[in-house]
Design a protein around this ligand. Structure first.
Ligand SMILES: C[S@@+](CC[C@H](N)C(=O)[O-])C[C@H]1O[C@@H](n2cnc3c(N)ncnc32)[C@H](O)[C@@H]1O
Length: 624
C-alpha cells in the first residue's frame, strides 16, 4: 500500500471534494489522486503544482477549507510542524491530514541536511511533538511507504512530555510515539469504521473533565471545556468556562478571545444586550488595538439601532476609531469569533455613516467595498443591497466602471467650470468628463450619440444632459435600450440601424446646429463603427469633441484604428488622447477635438498622444 492508496481511500471514505497537496515534486502522487478540486503547492516552478509558492506563504493568504491535506513539502521538523498546524486551521470537519515520511528506519535517513539516497527528514519530530501537545486530535501512522501519518480532529491520550527527541529513543519507542498501525488496521479501523460523533464527544469530554478535576485552575483546560460546550451549542456552560479562563490565564490574547466568546454566548441567548456590550468592551480594554472586538461592538450598535437612541452614532464612532487605531493584520485568534476581516469595520462605517447624514461618505465607502476582493459573498450581497436601497443606485452590483466621485475633484486633469458640483459620472471611461473638460463645463451643449447603450450605466451623455442641460439625440439598434432611454431620459433615442442612416437629412430634420459639441461613435465591431464614421457629413457639420471607439485590442485586422485616424485628420480634427483603455491593456478609443471649436489653452492641458495604452482613470487624474 502506497501513500496514494492511503489518501485515495480517505477521499473515497468521506466523499472529499477538496484536496490539497503541500510539496508536489514530479507529481507522482498528485497526478494519480482523483478528487473534484485538486490544488498542489510547491515553490519549484518546474513541478506540476497548481500554485507555485512555499507552504507558509500559501497558508497566509489562502483561507479555503480542505477535506484532505497531504503534507509532503520541506522535510524539516519545524516546517512540518507549521504545515500541520496551518492545515488544522483549514481542515473541514471530518477531514484528514496525511503526512509522509513519518517513520524513518535508519538514523541517516532522518539526519539534516539532505544527503541523497533514501531520506525522510526529521518530520517525525513534528508529529511526536503534536502527540505530546494535543489531545483534541486523533493521530496514527500507517506503517507503509516510509510512514503515512494520519491526523484528524478527535481525541487521543497525550504522550507524556519527552525531554529529548532523539533518534535512538525514537527507534525503541516508535510504535508508541507514532501510534503505528498496519495497513490492514488502517483499512478496517479507519477506512471502514463508522465512528459515531456522539461516542467521540463523550470520550473527549470525559477526558477533559478528568484533566479538569486534577487541574481545575489550568486556564488551558478551562478553555478547552469552554470550546467543547460552544461546539455543541451549550452557551451557558461555555460562557462560565470562558469567564473561568479569563480569570486564570496570564495570556492577554486568551483573555481577549474568551471575553468575546462569552459575549457571543449571551448574544446567542438573545436577552442580555447590555451584558454583551459590556463583555465586548472588556475585551477592548484587554487588547485595545485588536480589531475583532471593535467590529463586534459596532455591529452590536448596528443591530440595536431601533431600540437605542444614538446607536448609529455609536456604531459610526466605534468603526472610525477602529479604522484609525486597530491592527489590520493581527496574529490570528485560536477560534473563529465571527470577525470577517478588516473590511467588516469599513462595512459598519459605511452603513452607519448614512444614518448619521454622511451620505457621500457612505456611498463612497460602499463603492470601495465593492472593489475589495476580500469581501465574502454575504458581505458583497449586503453591500450591493445597501447601495441599491440607500443610494437608489439600481446599477449597484454591475461590473464597476471607472466612475468619478466628488472626492476626486482635486485630482482632475482640468478643473472645468462647475466640476466641483458633480457627484458622480456615468461613462465607462470618463468620456463625459473629458467632453466637459474640453469645453470647460459648457452648459446647453449639443450631442449626437451613435450607439447609446444603457441610458445611464456607462452612458456618455447622461451627465451632460442631467447636469449641464445639453440637448441632443441618441441612436441605438437595441429596442430595450431605446425603450429604457425614452422612459428615463429627457432627450430622445431613436431605434435605428446606425449604418443605414442618411446623417445629412437626419440632422437637418432635427434642426441641429452646424457646429455640434459632441459626437460619440461606438458601435461594435470596429468595422461597423468605421463605416458609420464614413457616413458622417463632416463637410456640413463640425464636432467640437469626438470619442471614437476603434476597439484596436480586439480588431483582428488591426486596421481600423489607423484608417479612422487618417480619415478624421483629413477633416482637420486633432487627436488629443490616443488608445484610451478602461484598464491597463485594452486600447479601445481615441478622443478628438476640432481645433477651431476648442480653446488652445485647454488642448495644451489635455493633450496626451504617445502611442501607449492609457488607463482612462490615470489619464483623467494626471497620474500616467
Ligand atoms: C518529497 S517531494 C514531494 C513528493 C510528492 N508529494 C509525491 O508524493 O509525489 C517534496 C517537494 O516539496 C517541495 N517543497 C520544498 N519546500 C517546500 C515548501 N516550503 N512548501 C511547499 N513545498 C515545498 C519541493 O520543491 C519538492 O518538490
Amino acid at each position: 500500500m502506497k501513500r496514494t492508496d492511503i489518501i485515495q481511500s480517505l477521499i473515497n471514505k468521506i466523499s472529499a471534494e477538496n484536496y490539497l497537496e503541500i510539496g508536489v515534486s514530479a507529481g507522482e502522487n498528485f497526478r494519480d489522486i482523483k478528487c473534484k478540486n485538486k490544488v498542489g503547492v510547491d515553490p519549484e516552478t518546474s513541478t506540476p503544482a497548481t500554485i507555485h509558492t512555499d507552504s507558509d506563504s500559501f497558508f497566509k493568504t489562502d483561507k479555503r477549507t480542505w477535506d484532505i491535506i497531504f503534507i509532503d513539502g520541506l522535510h524539516h521538523a519545524d516546517q512540518v510542524y507549521r504545515d500541520i498546524n496551518n492545515s488544522l486551521k483549514v481542515l473541514s470537519d471530518g477531514g484528514f491530514i496525511v503526512c509522509h515520511d513519518m517513520n524513518p528506519q535508519l538514523e541517516e535517513h532522518q539526519t539534516l541536511p539532505y544527503q541523497g539516497g533514501i531520506w525522510n527528514g526529521d518530520c517525525w519530530k513534528a508529529y511526536v511533538q503534536l502527540r505530546q501537545e494535543r489531545d483534541d486530535l486523533a493521530m496514527c501512522v500507517v506503517d507503509t511507504d516510509y510512514g503515512c501519518g494520519i491526523i484528524t480532529k478527535g481525541y487521543q491520550e497525550k504522550l507524556d512530555k519527552i525531554d529529548d527527541l532523539n533518534f535512538n529513543t525514537f527507534s525503541q519507542k516508535r510504535k508508541e510515539w507514532l501510534n503505528l498501525i498496519s495497513p490492514e488496521t488502517f483499512l478496517s479501523k479507519i477506512v471502514a469504521s463508522n465512528t459515531n460523533k456522539n461516542d467521540y464527544d463523550v470520550k473527549y469530554l470525559t477526558n477533559l473533565l478528568h484533566h479538569y478535576i486534577q487541574h481545575p485552575e489550568d486556564p488551558e483546560i478551562n478553555y478547552l471545556i469552554a470550546m467543547f460546550y460552544w461546539d455543541i451549542g451549550q452557551t451557558a456552560a461555555c460562557m462560565s468556562y470562558c469567564l473561568r479562563t479569563v480569570e486564570r490565564s496570564d495570556s492577554k490574547l486568551l483573555q481577549y478571545e474568551c471575553l468575546i466568546r462569552a459575549a457571543m454566548c449571551y448574544e446567542k441567548q438573545g436577552t442580555r444586550k447590555f451584558t454583551v456590550k459590556g463583555l465586548i468592551q472588556n475585551a477592548m480594554i484587554v487588547m485595545p488595538k485588536r480589531p475583532e472586538a471593535h467590529f463586534l461592538l459596532a455591529r452590536h450598535y448596528e443591530h440595536h439601532n431601533q431600540s437605542d437612541d444614538g446607536a448609529w452614532k455609536d456604531c459610526y464612532q466605534t468603526a472610525c476609531l477602529a479604522e484609525a487605531f486597530c491592527e489590520r493584520d493581527p496574529e490570528p485568534l485560536r477560534t473563529d469569533v465571527d470577525y470577517p476581516g478588516f473590511y467588516g469595520i469599513l462595512f459598519e462605517k459605511a452603513i452607519s455613516s448614512w444614518w448619521c447624514g454622511l451620505c457621500d461618505e457612505s456611498r463612497d465607502l460602499l463603492q470601495d467595498l465593492l472593489d475589495n476582493d476580500d469581501l465574502n459573498d454575504t458581505f458583497k450581497a449586503s453591500v450591493i443591497d445597501n447601495l441599491k436601497r440607500l443610494t437608489k443606485d439600481d446599477n449597484a452590483g454591475l461590473p464597476r466602471l471607472n466612475w468619478y466621485r466628488k472626492r476626486d475633484h482635486k485630482k482632475l486633469r482640468y478643473n472645468f467650470r462647475n466640476s466641483r458640483d458633480i457627484e458622480k459620472n456615468f461613462a465607462e471611461s470618463y468620456q463625459d468628463m473629458f467632453v466637459l473638460s474640453m469645453l470647460n463645463g459648457k452648459k446647453n451643449g449639443t450631442y449626437l450619440e451613435i450607439g447609446a447603450g444603457n441610458s445611464f450605466y456607462g452612458n456618455n451623455t447622461a451627465l451632460l444632459e442631467g447636469n449641464y442641460n445639453w440637448t441632443g439625440v441618441a441612436i441605438d439598434i437595441d429596442e430595450n435600450f431605446v425603450n429604457a432611454h425614452n422612459t428615463e431620459r429627457k432627450h430622445t433615442c431613436v431605434l435605428k440601424d446606425a449604418l443605414k442612416i442618411n446623417y445629412e437629412r437626419f440632422l437637418l430634420g432635427l434642426d441641429m446646429p452646424n457646429d455640434i459639441d459632441y459626437l460619440q461613435l461606438d458601435c461594435d465591431p470596429p468595422e461597423v463603427t468605421y463605416k458609420i464614421l464614413l457616413n458622417i457629413p463632416f463637410e456640413t457639420y463640425r464636432f467640437a469633441v469626438i470619442t471614437y471607439e476603434h476597439d484596436y485590442y480586439c480588431d483582428e485586422t488591426k486596421s481600423f484604428r489607423n484608417k479612422s485616424r487618417k480619415y478624421l485628420e483629413s477633416f482637420g480634427y486633432k487627436l488629443v488622447v490616443d488608445n484610451i483603455s478602461p484598464d491597463d491593456d485594452r486600447p479601445y478609443e481615441d478622443w478628438w477635438i476640432h481645433p477651431d471649436l476648442v480653446h488652445k489653452k485647454i488642448i495644451d492641458k489635455m493633450v496626451c498622444v504617445d502611442g501607449k495604452t492609457k488607463k482612462a482613470e490615470k489619464y483623467m487624474f494626471n497620474s500616467l
